[in-house]
Design a protein. Structure first.
Length: 92
């Protein structure tokens, strides 16, 4: 299977609810690389790379996030695979 890269922007109650830490756990479980961060507008941005099925699973997860989150909207943008990350982590 081909490796893919995706950018996900998540809107709703997604800060202060362990969204980033939960995203790291989920991405690592799925074998993805990339990063997650809080943005100044209150959204969370996820950039992930990996196999197509794992990317799709991460998209599904992002639509609900951790139990304390309330996801109102998810925007997805497919990007060119870069392979520039060795792991998945929180960035500032």
């Amino acid at each position: 299977m081909a490796s893919k890269r995706i950018e996900i922007i998540v809107r709703g109650r997604v800060t202060g609810v362990f969204f980033r830490a939960s995203a790291v756990r989920e991405a690592r479980r799925l074998g993805l690389t990339g990063w997650v961060k809080n943005k100044s507008d209150g959204t969370v941005e996820i950039v992930a790379e990996g196999e197509d099925d794992a990317i799709k699973d991460m998209m599904t997860w992002a639509n609900h996030g951790p139990s304390a989150a309330r996801v109102d909207q998810v925007q997805v943008r497919w990007l060119a695979y870069t392979g520039d990350r060795a792991d998945f982590r929180i960035v500032k």
